[in-house]
Write a protein that binds this ligand. Structure first.
Ligand code: ADP
Ligand code: ADP
Length: 228
């Protein structure tokens, strides 16, 4: 599904990624972990080119995203869902309108868009808040809207960048539960950045430990956390 080869990225003189390699198969979940500032967020943003690497390859379903024209890239991105740390909801739109946004570019009728948005909101258990505005929601509910907006396109690749990092500890659990229930599909690959060790152990098939822009360990969650 996804193959990442020798990703290199610098900001000015600071080398942030120093050759990151990994791959994700259909049905797999990969958790990217490591100390603050080690390049986790930069790595996951490179997977749909929200951040453009200086060099390397991001091969998604056989196509290197770095070789695409911008219109081809927009089209492939319609198969990739992204969940942001800070939700990125549009405040003047309702919950349902926020979730319908990714479908606008696609060739769906309004009726279909409403139907798919409702289905996505049901998956994150927020169907009853469809006509609310983001400011009426808790942080945990906002992030569940962010997850519904990523799921509505039925992405074959789902990316989550520290989805619980800006939430009160008390709201983290509801969001992790929704991620666990709603994002997994045999047809999908999931990559997430998280500091939640027990959650990563539970959901990830593969854990990738980054340090200073390099993969220092990669393996099944058991092997990573039981090795000395
Ligand atoms: P992590 O997600 O592991 O905390 P990041 O990928 O966010 O790490 O950041 C890695 C390094 O790159 C940090 O030193 C950060 O300050 C720097 N960095 C990230 N984004 C930018 C940017 N847009 N401009 C300049 N420096 C950046
Ligand atoms: P079902 O209840 O079997 O999912 P739907 O009427 O919801 O049937 O969907 C009909 C078709 O549209 C199916 O092929 C399904 O894969 C596709 N589809 C459903 N939801 C979405 C969506 N959010 N984005 C794109 N395609 C979708």
């Amino acid at each position: 599904m996804l193959e990442v080869k020798n990703l290199i990225k610098s900001y000015g003189n600071e080398k942030v990624l120093r050759g990151v390699d990994f791959s994700v198969k259909k049905g797999q979940t990969v958790a990217i972990m490591g100390p603050s500032g080690c390049g986790k967020s930069t790595t996951i943003r490179c997977l749909n080119l929200l951040t453009e690497p200086d060099s390397g390859k991001v091969i998604f379903r056989g196509t290197n995203l770095l070789e695409l024209s911008s219109s081809e890239l927009l089209k492939l991105r319609q198969e990739i869902g992204f969940v942001f740390q800070n939700f990125n909801l549009i405040e003047r739109l309702t919950v349902q309108e926020n979730v319908m946004l990714p479908l606008i570019k696609l060739d769906f009728t309004l009726e279909q868009r409403v139907k798919y948005a409702r289905a996505a909101l049901e998956k994150v258990r927020l169907a009853d808040q469809a006509s609310s505005y983001p400011k009426q929601l808790s942080g945990g509910q906002k992030q569940r809207v962010g997850i519904a907006r990523a799921l509505v396109i039925e992405p074959s690749l789902m990316l989550l960048d520290e989805p619980t990092a800006s939430l009160d500890p008390i709201l983290v659990k509801e969001v992790l539960e929704v991620i666990e229930d709603a994002t997994y599909s045999q047809k999908r690959a999931v990559v997430l950045v998280t500091h939640e060790v027990s959650f990563a152990l539970k959901v990830a098939d593969i854990i990738l430990l980054l340090d200073n822009g390099q993969v220092v360990e990669i393996g099944s969650s058991e092997s990573i956390f039981t090795n000395p």
